[in-house]
Design a protein around this ligand. Structure first.
Ligand code: LLP
Length: 423
């Protein structure tokens, strides 16, 4: 099976298809760069979480930073998900897509007063508070409008998630969360603040995690705290274990979501916390392998040191390779005869770091279309307009239907808010 997920397949005719649709034809029809998602693949990724959590008090809050396009949010809202948001902008997106405010949790180390106020007024389920300063500000704001803000403290359990340093978040040296050793004091303070209602506890240890053990270590540390906090007379209704479950980009073998959840529930039971509501905040594992980025080969530039395959998608469309040296599979949309060569697949942006894949064996010619796989998460959501490049269009496949869920940006839009000044 291709790493791009169960809904992606190479037909006997050499065509790469997503949810039954030939990608080459979609690229020709809608132009490139183009993001294409499978709705069935998104639902299939969510199902094992929901199956494993059935019968337990729970809420799966899709971490929308992974892919915040409205039709994606709409899909998860309709499937019963809540949302994990990290900005006022994400809040407005979630509401615009039909999310129930009471199913939204608000994470992030730097919430502004305006964002907190809007989230309070909207009635979010809970604020995941990351510092004492934030707790005090939130209390003052809420008390000022006669409210009490529902709060869970994000604690930093200081466990190594064994992932890339840029996406590891649960270690002492990270900016995230309240240190484990200071959390009890923070809870005692929270319980005295007039604008705060303590409702739970939260942690998130990193992303693209491929083992269950770091989660179980984090859960043990969190449960130690739960017991200490409750011994101090402060009740906690829910435990939020964050997101972070990895996907297969190449040869990673992350646990399946249902196995992962089963192990977590088992540990909760063993420690006598089985009845507590469990919140999870998966992002990548719900959408990563439900999407591809299509791009067209512009030029081939064989050289002495390297062969370059120059394509029309770039680091502004997909920054993961440049930013994390992430390896993402690249496949021709339509297989061609002829000798394969080893290419660096690079974009038109004026940076040496602008590459999508290095040392890839491909049989390609100018005009061919390629698909970068596993591009449903942290791809379009991290796109920029660097080099005044309009952001790509997005399609959602839904059975036989093809929906254009985001139009390609126009260049005029990119500088519409700018002003020339008098000479
Ligand atoms: N909850 C919180 C508080 C988070 O910070 C994150 C991700 C998630 C949930 C979702 O984690 P996931 O299930 O997607 O791993 N741009 C990077 C990933 C950054 C993740 C940041 N936080 C990448 O492309 O690999």
């Amino acid at each position: 099976m291709l790493p791009g997920g169960p809904h992606l397949e190479r037909g006997g005719d050499g065509e790469l298809r997503l949810e039954g649709h030939a990608l080459d034809a979609l690229g020709a029809q809608f132009g490139t760069p183009l993001y294409v998602y499978s709705r069935a693949a998104m639902r299939a990724a969510l199902a094992p979480y929901q199956r494993a959590l059935a019968g337990r008090p729970h809420l799966v809050c899709y971490a929308m930073k992974a892919n915040s396009s409205l039709a994606v949010l709409q899909t998860f809202a309709a499937a019963g998900c809540g949302f994990d948001i990290v900005s006022g902008g994400e809040l407005e997106r979630a509401l615009a897509a039909g999310a129930a405010p009471g199913r939204i949790v608000f994470s992030g180390v730097g919430k502004t007063a305006a964002e907190m106020k809007r989230a309070l007024e909207a009635g979010v389920r809970c604020f995941n508070v990351e510092s004492v300063g934030e707790l005090e500000r939130l209390s003052a704001l809420a008390a000022g409008i006669g409210r009490r803000a529902p709060v869970s403290l994000r604690v930093n359990p200081d466990v190594d998630a064994g992932t890339h340093p840029y996406i590891s978040t649960g270690l002492k040296g990270n900016k995230f969360g309240i240190a484990h050793g200071q959390a009890l004091a923070a809870y005692r303070l929270a319980a005295t603040l007039p604008g705060i209602e303590v409702t739970g506890i939260d942690c998130h240890i990193g992303s693209q995690i491929t083992q269950v053990e770091p989660y179980l270590d984090a859960l043990d540390r969190v449960l130690d705290l739960v017991e200490a906090v409750e011994a101090a007379g402060i009740a906690l209704r829910h435990i939020d274990l964050g997101g972070g479950l990895g996907i297969t980009y190449t040869d990673e073998t992350p646990p399946r979501a249902d196995e992962f959840v089963a192990r977590v529930l088992q540990r909760l039971d063993e420690r006598g916390h089985g009845g507590r509501e469990l919140l999870l905040e998966p992002g990548r594992s719900l959408v990563g392998n439900a999407g591809v980025l299509l791009t067209e080969v512009l030029y081939l530039k064989p050289g002495e040191a390297k062969n370059f395959c120059i394509v029309d998608a770039a680091m502004n469309d997909l920054v993961r390779p440049a930013m994390y040296e992430a390896w993402m599979a690249i496949e021709p949309c339509r297989e061609r005869e002829g000798p394969a060569r080893v290419w660096d697949v690079v974009g038109p942006v004026c940076e040496s770091g602008d590459w999508l894949g290095r040392d890839r064996r491909l049989a390609v010619a100018p005009g061919d279309r390629l698909a970068v796989l596993s591009a449903g998460a942290y791809a379009m959501a991290m796109a920029s307009n660097y080099n005044t490049r309009p952001r790509a269009a997005e399609l959602m496949l839904d059975g036989a239907r093809v929906h254009l869920i985001r139009e390609r940006e126009s260049v005029a839009e990119l500088f519409a808010r700018e002003r020339l000044i008098p000479d």
